[in-house]
Design a protein around this ligand. Structure first.
Ligand code: SAM
Ligand code: SF4
Length: 309
């Protein structure tokens, strides 16, 4: 525990706000992205993360936008590897992952979360506005062969893909890959559709339990997921951020692609760390820690690709 009364050990680093997908729950149809020169450079990221490590950050997840749109992704990962972090991971839509895998396999990242909302090509296209399902499967297969720990994240939406939940549990069993079912969050472009798309974790679980015998797995106190195993050894997780929020035990900080550190996904305010000298981090972090809400904020206008998911 550090001086902020709760450990802030996990950091999400958004490498950019741009993406090659247009997921209906994340990307506004006419999204404008920052200019490339506005993104933190690899060296700026390493400097900031290096300073945050001194204040207790232990794990870094690279995200975006789509992190594989940054050609320096393996360089960033390798440099992070020198900061004595306990864990480095990446969240990606995986459509461009294959080309990075050989370089990443040589580096310190062993864990990749792949966002996959449909196993049906036409539904995949409808949700992501992209045709890349085949490439995602290829990347999953190759990443696994290279020894990466893979988790698949599915955002479940009523009327769009909730009919695929059972197929995803079967996928988890067949492929021996953990699938995590996420409640859609009331963020950005979701807001007008939230009532229509929201499908609760409880409903997901009820549906799964009708067809599978599942047992719960013990998880660390700051875990966002409830995890279960099926009788056939499939591992599934539930991330019910709307109905069962974990704000009081949240240990996450977020660094935006332009260098703003924020305390919470749902809070737009933060502190710009670009160019900030190391000696100023202490007081700045105290301010950030004080911004951490104890209860769930209901909604946020800012779209997810900008926040860094
Ligand atoms: N482009 C990468 C990807 O999709 O994995 C990384 C960035 S994306 C913003 C990170 C994660 O946020 C993805 O798993 C995505 O499904 C999730 N996400 C985005 N918008 C969301 C929303 N409104 N509710 C729940 N999850 C969301
Ligand atoms: Fe892109 Fe990820 Fe957002 Fe989908 S969820 S639009 S892949 S940033």
């Amino acid at each position: 525990m550090n001086s902020y009364q709760r450990p802030l050990t996990k950091l999400r680093v958004s490498l950019l706000d741009a993406c090659n997908f247009g997921c209906v729950y994340c990307m506004p149809p006419s999204a404008a992205f920052l200019k490339k020169e506005d993104y933190l450079s690899a060296d700026e990221i390493i400097r900031i993360v290096g300073n945050l490590v001194e204040y207790g950050v232990e794990e870094v997840r690279l995200t975006g936008g789509e992190p594989t749109l940054r050609s320096d992704l393996p360089v960033i990962v390798d440099k992070l590897g020198k900061l004595f972090l306990k864990k480095i991971s990446i969240t990606t839509n995986a459509s461009r992952l294959l080309q990075f895998l050989p370089a990443l396999a040589e580096g310190p990242c062993r864990s990749i979360n792949i966002s996959l909302d449909s196993l049906e090509p036409s539904n995949f296209k409808k949700i992501t506005n992209h045709d890349g399902l085949g490439r995602v499967f290829d990347a999953i297969e190759r990443a696994r062969a290279l020894g990466f720990k893979i988790k698949v994240n599915m955002v479940v939406m009523k009327g769009l893909n909730h009919h695929e939940i059972i197929n995803f549990v079967r996928f988890a069993e067949r492929e021996q890959i953990e699938v995590r079912f996420l409640e859609v969050m009331n963020i950005g472009v979701v807001r007008p559709h939230f009532g229509q798309w929201y499908y609760s974790g409880r409903d997901m679980l009820r549906e799964i339990e009708r067809q599978f015998t599942i047992s719960s797995v013990d998880m660390p106190g700051d875990s966002t997921a409830q995890v279960f195993t099926t009788s056939k050894g499939g591992r599934i997780g539930l991330i019910a951020s709307e109905s069962m929020p974990f704000c009081a035990s949240c240990s996450r900080l977020r660094l935006s692609s332009k260098g703003v550190l924020r305390a919470c996904l749902m809070k737009e305010d933060g502190k710009n760390l670009r160019g900030v000298p190391r000696e100023e981090y202490g007081p700045l972090l105290q301010e950030i820690a004080a911004m951490k809400p104890l209860t769930r904020i209901k909604e946020i206008l800012e779209p997810m690709h900008q926040i860094g998911g």
